[in-house]
Ligand binder design. Structure first.
Ligand SMILES: [Mg+2]
Length: 231
């Protein structure tokens, strides 16, 4: 193992809404009287990634307070509902926001802990660097993995969001590790591959749903492949 530290993105890399973002979305709208098709929700949810990019371009912090978080997500849910032709968007968006910020609705991917076991047994220091509201800290605790990540840099707590290089630098500083001795793993090329690579870290894209088949860099489709690609 040639890296002293490995840092992970959180959303869709370590943790996810259960059973998935589109399926939970469809269940909630169905419960509220509006049947939607999960594949249509997948299509409509493209607006989420778009908004992440726009927020980054505009340096609009969205995780650093409950007001900012709500101000970011409510219009996203309303736009998705509009695309899906579901009426009553404002009321439903409130419900979606409260369900998607309920920690009980989240789980950890099944391939994560075997990968962490393998890395830890090799003496690798593990960390989290995430654009997430401050409650990620409690979520990781409830999922019983928080202590596995001695270095945690959560944007909602630190006030810096990816792709700002300072968020990755803060993690390196806390780990006491140089960029070349660190790897970064995440599901979004824009936030999890390009910026850490520019700093000299080794970046790995986790693509469980096969959304980036032609990706030119290091790509895995199951977290259990991680120790080998870092080998
Ligand atoms: Mg992510």
């Amino acid at each position: 193992m040639s890296f002293r530290a490995v840092f992970f993105d959180a959303g869709e890399t370590l943790v996810h809404p259960e059973p998935s973002f589109p399926e939970l979305f469809a269940r909630i709208t169905a419960r509220e009287g509006h049947e939607v098709d999960p594949p249509a929700v997948v299509e409509a949810s493209k607006v989420v990634l778009q908004r992440f990019s726009e927020a980054a371009d505009d340096r609009e912090l969205w995780t650093t307070s409950p007001e900012r978080s709500r101000g970011f997500w409510m219009p996203v849910y309303e736009r998705m509902l509009e695309t899906l032709a579901v009426p009553d968007g404002e009321r439903l968006a409130q419900i979606l926001y409260s369900e998607f910020t309920d920690r009980a609705n989240y789980g950890i991917f099944g391939d994560v802990e075997p990968a962490l076991d393998a890395l830890e047994s090799g003496g690798t220091l593990l960390g989290v660097v995430s654009n997430f509201e401050a409650w990620l800290e409690d979520l990781l605790g409830e999922l019983r993995v928080r202590d596995r990540f001695p270095v945690r840099v959560i944007s909602g707590i630190e006030g810096i969001e990816k792709p700002d290089p300072r968020i990755y630098e803060l993690a390196l500083e806390r780990a006491g590790v140089a960029a070349v001795d660190a790897a970064y793993v995440g599901d979004n090329p824009e936030f999890d591959v390009d910026p850490p690579s520019r700093l000299g870290m080794f970046a790995v894209l986790i693509d469980r749903r096969g959304r980036h088949e032609g990706f030119p860099g290091t790509r895995i489709t199951d977290m259990r492949q991680l120790p080998e690609v870092l080998g």
